[in-house]
Design a protein around this ligand. Sequence first.
Ligand SMILES: Nc1ncnc2c1ncn2[C@@H]1O[C@H](COP(=O)(O)OP(=O)(O)OP(=O)(O)O)[C@@H](O)[C@H]1O
Ligand SMILES: [Mg+2]
Length: 149
Amino acid sequence: MMSDENGLSHRFEINGHDFSNAGRISTNIKAILQEIGIHSSIVVRTAIASYEAEMNVVMYAHRAVLTLNITPEKLHLKLEDEGPGIENIDLAMKEGFSTATDEMREMGFGAGMGLPNIKKNADKFEISSIPGKGTSIDITICLDKTEKK
Ligand SMILES: Nc1ncnc2c1ncn2[C@@H]1O[C@H](COP(=O)(O)OP(=O)(O)OP(=O)(O)O)[C@@H](O)[C@H]1O
Ligand SMILES: [Mg+2]
């Protein structure tokens, strides 16, 4: 963990196809946020978004680096993976669209709800991809706004 004038940041590595460790990083992130006293509603939204992003790397990519950055104003998750990328992002963002295998569906994945749920839980969501290279996701959750609610 690093802490400086740019806030607090933490870097995680995710391995593709590693179902035995799947979910570990989002659990870790949840614990970090709880420890520093982030509002529980923000912790839940961040945990959902990071879990879905992490699972997509496990299911579809080779590896990824996930960076968590927190300032008093916002929480930012940046995920950059190496993998097949996404050919049609509009289609991938549609609720119910999934290329999950039968094996993944048997494990309970493949509802095609991950990316839509990330978007729903984020205040700002950006996704870009280069087919054959990888996918990048940027998730921003505002902190000061919710605290005033
Ligand atoms: N990191 C990624 N790399 C390559 N393809 C991806 C990646 N993330 C998502 N996709 C593609 O986008 C589709 C939709 O993703 P989404 O997370 O919404 O649903 P899902 O993973 O198929 O199912 P669920 O998340 O509900 O278990 C995936 O089926 C896959 O084809
Ligand atoms: Mg998914």
